[in-house]
Every structure is written in C-alpha cells, then in structure tokens.
Design a protein around this ligand. Sequence first.
Ligand code: ADP
Ligand code: ADP
Length: 227
Amino acid sequence: MIELKDICKIYGKKNTEVSALEHINLSVPNGGFLAIMGPSGSGKSTLMNILGCLDRPTSGQYFLNGIDVSTLNADRAAELRNQYIGFIFQSFLLLPKLTVYENIELPMLYANVPPEIRRKTVLELAELVGLEHRLQHIPCELSGGQCQRVAIARSLVNHPKLILADEPTGNLDSKTSLDIIQTIGRLNKRGVTVVLITHEQEIANAAKRIIRIKDGKIMEEEQYAAV
Ligand code: ADP
Ligand code: ADP
C-alpha cells in the first residue's frame, strides 16, 4: 500500500534550510496499522503531509498502491487523495452549525453522490461509530469523544483504503482515547490500512507496528505480533 524510498524533506532556502526528514525508508502493507511516535519537531507532521499527498518530498519516491506520487501534479495528487485517503485530526474540524448527519454527509455533497446513497452511507457509518442516536445533534451538544467519532465517520465516506490519523486522541481524556483507538482498530480489522501519529504509548500499542522518529530519522522499531 505505502512505500517510501529514501525520502528527504528540506524546508526553506539556502542558509535557512531545515532538514525535516532524512532518508526515510518505510513500507506499510495493505491492512497494516503503523504508529509513529517522536518528540515535537521530529518530522511527524511532515511525514504525514507527504503520506497524505498534501506535500512533496524534496527527494525520494513515494508509492501509494503502486503509483509514484512524487511525479504527480497537484490535481492528480488531489484526485488520488480523495480516492484513497481519509484524514482524522486532533481538532475534529466539524462544522458547528451542521448536525452530525450533515457533517458526515458533507464530503458526499461535494462529490455529487446521489441522495439515496448519501443517506444509506451516513446511516451505515453512524452505526459503525455508535452515533446512530445522535444524528440530529450539533457538535456543541456532543462530548469530545463523540465529536471525534463523527470525524471518523466523515473520514470514511469515500471508502478510503488508507486512514491517516494525526494525534486523533490529543484532545481527549484517557478513557475516551482508548474508546477512539478501539474504533480505529475496528476499521483496521475491516481491512483499512492505518497510519497513526501519537505521543501516547498506550495508544500506539493498538498498532501492529510502532516506529520512532527523531530529528527526521527513524530511530528504532518495535514489531508487534498482529493483535
Ligand atoms: P505537532 O507537534 O502537533 O505536529 P507542529 O507545531 O510541529 O505540530 O506543526 C504544526 C504545523 O505547522 C505542521 O503542519 C507544520 O508543517 C507547520 N510547521 C511546523 N513548524 C513550522 C515552521 N518552522 N515554519 C512553518 N510551518 C511550520
Ligand atoms: P512534528 O510533527 O514531529 O512536530 P514537523 O514535521 O512539524 O514535526 O517539523 C519537523 C521540522 O521541520 C521542525 O524543525 C519544524 O520546525 C520544521 N518545519 C515543519 N514545517 C515547516 C515549514 N513549513 N517551513 C519550515 N520549517 C518547517
């Protein structure tokens, strides 16, 4: 699914260069679940942006499902992103005036999905994340964990094969965090490939494999038996 070959990322111009990633080699198979840990400033967001086709490496190659993303123009990269990838963020990025139903539905409105399919998909995904009884509520009426579950449902509407989750439990208490990571784990068991950034070891432990990044380099790896 994901293959990174000798990826380097340098920000800025001569004299003010910041080397954010150095010679990253990494692959994640279909159905894999990778957690990335590392201190602030180590390059995690940069790596996530590259994986999400939101940014390009300075050098090296990124293959997503066999496609060399590094060679695509911005439009093709956006197409690939919409086709393959769902994003989950620390801040849930829900629209405050829209109901749970409408927040989940929104990406399908943009994609011109027919109304009947939109409706069926919203109901299915709301049930998957356990929010079928909250469809007519707006975000401020929900707990943080419920908001994140709305965001997870929304990330799934285009049936992504890859979920990129950047500190998805960063704003949640530890009990809710475990609940959210279990929801993400359930998606992975259904065959969705997951890459997760987290500061929390307990959250990372849900992954099948953990890597640590420091100063833009992969420092050590822990291989877990599939759970
Ligand atoms: P986190 O530690 O939660 O990943 P950061 O503060 O490192 O968050 O980065 C948040 C966003 O700001 C990232 O998307 C990153 O690309 C951007 N960013 C980080 N450092 C800089 C910088 N020195 N100049 C410009 N943008 C930056
Ligand atoms: P993390 O997500 O692990 O906190 P980042 O990937 O955000 O780390 O940042 C890695 C390094 O790259 C940091 O030194 C950061 O300041 C720098 N950086 C990130 N984004 C930018 C940017 N847009 N411009 C310049 N430097 C950046």
